[in-house]
Design a protein around this ligand. Structure first.
Ligand code: ADP
Ligand code: MG
Length: 583
């Protein structure tokens, strides 16, 4: 009953395969990282499922990955003894792409191979990267817990279809054998493989084994001088050795970890090819004990605006991977943070539901949020630190350009940290084209008698700058913050004041310039209001369906009229946004 089935790839997979193999040509080596990370995921899954069903270990409790090659056959094999795949799982997981992000992924492939390689990681199309170097892939697997004769062999040339058949496979887990293309033969070398593993997979927390090599003298040369040989070569032995560090980086002491190691680990967990801006590694002791290793990336991922996406912080319990969980570990507005949290207190079989309710998790989340905020404060401090390098000085501005708009969401989301968040805000203003003005800087520059922080919201800087509502402020030399992020309007609702000074939109109500207005001007305005009364009455009548009120203003200098909204009203910018959103 050894049936062999030929099945077609889902249309997207076929398309993807084509793109992957063609666009990543110059960045071949990432295939090994992807396959090893799948092997490691499979071991994590086994460990996790075995918490409820210890029999899954089948008397082989040591989880590992073996990388081996056969020069003559030109094959490279990555084998694990993790959870394995049932026949149906092989069909489902290796023949279709369940992830909705794939279409998006494909539309984002740019032809810039470095950037595309990074996307591969972000979207988890990792397995197919094997076809960059292989013209045929054979996967043999048996799911832990299934009988030996329920193994599966999956093979494909990566063109339109794949074959599956039932096999007998005594050992659980998966082996992926790549039939290497001619131009990928350099991977048939222990040295080459070791160096790629060291580069990408050093911190995978389970051992990666390769067969040991030994120097073998050549044959004695017949007829030559005594002892002369034809040289020698490295030959593979039957002994296996561990070729990676195989210890979870975050469990090591800080002083034993180099910056390069921190950066490599970041690249591994984030699939980002740029080094992070900053990281923090701490063992937190007290009522709840945990280790945190948190990174702030330098560049925003393209799905940053998807608030539902899985956060970049992984939860471990005593080094066992438990899950990626968005909101339990990090507030949504810090979704750009990557890293690892390893708790000693949570039960290993913690469920998602339990996580949401756990007091320990809440403490971890609060502690981690505070840690991220203090990392950002440290970056912000570097801006004005005379001893800091130019590179360090520019870090906060770099962070703000990438993630500032996301951080602002925190004003409405995290009331407990609002004051700290407010200090981290940066805006463009009538005195600064770049978004570099902190509210404290603004306050320090306020005019004598000025008692509010003024701002205007608009779609673009140019629109903000040319708004007639700014005329009187310009004339008096009063700085106005220019806000152009979509989130500003909403976020600013939650920030009524900064350090005792109210924030005031210049597009709302009757701008009260307070003590900034001199007596003569005030008098002139009052006189004008009086003498224009009949005109105002007629305008009001004429505009009665369109305008709530018509009044004389002192905010204009050159323009004859401008629109404002009521103090309590929705601002025009927000009204426009809601209208666009179809509300
Ligand atoms: P991802 O790892 O992001 O899920 P991949 O394309 O790398 O995407 O892998 C696709 C799926 O194939 C995995 O989710 C998993 O279900 C299955 N898979 C791949 N490699 C293995 C393996 N070594 N053991 C078990 N399952 C695997
Ligand atoms: Mg993968």
């Amino acid at each position: 009953s050894q049936t062999k089935q030929t099945l077609s790839f889902q249309a997207e997979v076929a398309q993807l395969l084509h793109l992957v193999t063609h666009s990543l040509y110059s960045n071949k080596e990432i295939f090994l990282r992807e396959l090893i990370s799948n092997a490691s995921d499979a071991c994590d899954k086994l460990r996790f499922e075995a918490l409820h069903n210890n029999a899954l270990y089948e008397d082989v409790p040591t989880l590992e990955v073996r990388v081996s090659f056969d020069k003559a056959a030109r094959t490279l094999t990555i084998a694990d003894n993790g959870i394995g795949l049932s026949q149906q799982e092989a069909i489902d997981n290796l023949g279709t792409i369940a992830k909705s992000g794939t279409r998006e992924f494909m539309s984002k492939l740019s032809g810039d191979q470095k950037a595309d390689a990074q996307l591969i990681g972000q979207f988890g199309v990792g397995f197919y990267s094997g076809f960059i170097v292989a013209d045929r892939i054979a996967v043999e697997s048996r799911r832990a817990g299934l009988p030996a004769d329920e193994g599966v062999r999956w093979t494909s040339g990566g063109a339109g279809d794949f074959e599956v058949e039932t096999i007998t496979r005594p050992q659980r887990g998966t082996s992926v054998t790549l039939h290497l293309r001619e131009d990928a033969e350099d991977y048939l070398s222990t040295w080459k493989l070791k160096s790629v593993i060291a580069k990408y997979s050093d911190h995978i927390s389970l051992p990666i084994l390769m067969r040991k090599e030994e120097w073998k003298e050549g044959e004695e040369v017949a007829g030559g001088p005594a002892g002369a040989t034809s040289g020698g070569s490295m030959v593979l032995t039957d002994e296996w050795e561990t070729v990676n560090q195989a210890s979870a980086l975050w469990t090591r002491a800080k002083k034993d970890i180099t910056p390069e190691q921190y950066q490599d680990f970041y690249k591994q967990i984030s699939h980002d090819h740029e080094p992070p801006l900053a990281w923090a590694h701490n063992r937190v002791e007290g009522a709840t004990e945990y280790t945190q290793l948190l990174y702030i990336p330098a560049k925003a991922p393209m799905d940053l605006w998807n608030r539902d996406k899985v956060a970049g912080v992984k939860l471990y319990v005593k080094r066992v991977f438990i899950m990626d969980d968005a909101e339990a570990l990090m507030p949504v507005y810090l979704r750009f943070v990557k890293g690892v949290i390893d708790s000693a207190d949570l039960p290993l079989n913690v469920s998602r539901e339990l996580l949401q309710e756990s007091r320990d998790v809440r403490a971890i989340r609060e502690g981690s949020t505070k840690r991220v905020l203090s990392m950002l404060e440290d970056l912000a401090k570097l801006e004005s630190d005379e001893d800091a390098s130019a590179e360090d000085k520019a870090k906060y501005a770099g962070f703000w350009a990438e993630f500032g708009a996301v951080l602002k969401e925190g004003l409405g989301e995290d009331f407990g940290n609002r004051d700290r968040l407010a200090k981290l805000l940066r805006f463009a203003s009538t005195q600064s084209d770049t978004p570099s003005v902190a509210l404290a800087d603004y306050k320090a520059r306020m005019k004598d008698g000025q008692d509010a922080i003024y701002y205007i919201t608009a779609d673009t800087l140019a629109a903000a700058r040319n708004s007639p509502q700014l005329e009187v402020f310009r004339k008096k030399g009063i700085e106005v913050l220019l806000m152009t992020d979509r989130v500003d309007e909403w976020a600013l609702n939650y920030l009524q004041e900064f350090d005792g000074t109210p924030l005031q939109s210049v597009a709302k109500g009757a701008v009260d310039l307070g003590k900034l207005q001199d007596e003569a001007e005030k008098k002139k305005a009052e006189e004008a209001a009086e003498s224009f009364k009949p005109v105002l009455a007629r305008l009001k009548e004429a505009l009665k369906d369109k305008a709530e009120d018509v009044r004389v203003t002192s905010r204009l200098v050159d323009s004859p009229a401008c629109l404002v909204v009521q103090d309590s009203g929705m601002s025009m910018q927000l009204a426009r946004m809601l209208k666009q959103a179809g509300q």
